[in-house]
Design a protein around this ligand. Structure first.
Ligand SMILES: [Zn+2]
Length: 123
């Protein structure tokens, strides 16, 4: 998917240094300790593989990410052409038990769509 609105990554000398995003474990905007696993050239881009550890003291869980950036040292990520894949892809959403199953399913679907899908510009 293209870069979601909640994702910000900072690179230094073409290494992924800092990430700010909504943590898929604790569902909170957070900073992360970055462990670079590897990177591969792909045309004019570089594909980055990294493990991010949530800096929230109550969470500290790890997320595996794959993202891309133009290979030029001073280039930032481009929200349209760069991509981001992460695992797990989001918190497991569950509706309160008092909510009927059919509505609960709908609510979870809506929450997933509104939280995790980047909004397309209105035309
Ligand atoms: Zn977290």
């Amino acid at each position: 998917m293209p870069l979601p609105n909640h994702w910000e990554a900072y690179f230094h000398q073409n290494a992924l240094h800092n990430v700010y995003m909504r943590c898929p474990h604790c569902d909170t905007p957070s900073t992360f300790a970055v462990t670079n696993v590897g990177q591969d050239p792909a045309g004019t881009k570089i594909i980055y593989y990294a493990i991010l550890q949530c800096n929230s003291t109550r969470c500290r869980k790890r997320t595996y990410v794959i993202t891309t950036k133009n290979g030029a040292q001073n280039a930032d990520q481009d929200r349209q052409t760069d991509s981001l894949t992460f695992y797990p892809s989001g918190p497991e959403l569950t509706a309160h038990k008092s909510i009927p199953d059919l509505i609960a399913k709908d609510w979870v679907g809506h929450k997933n769509a509104s939280t995790w899908e980047p909004r397309r510009p209105q035309r």
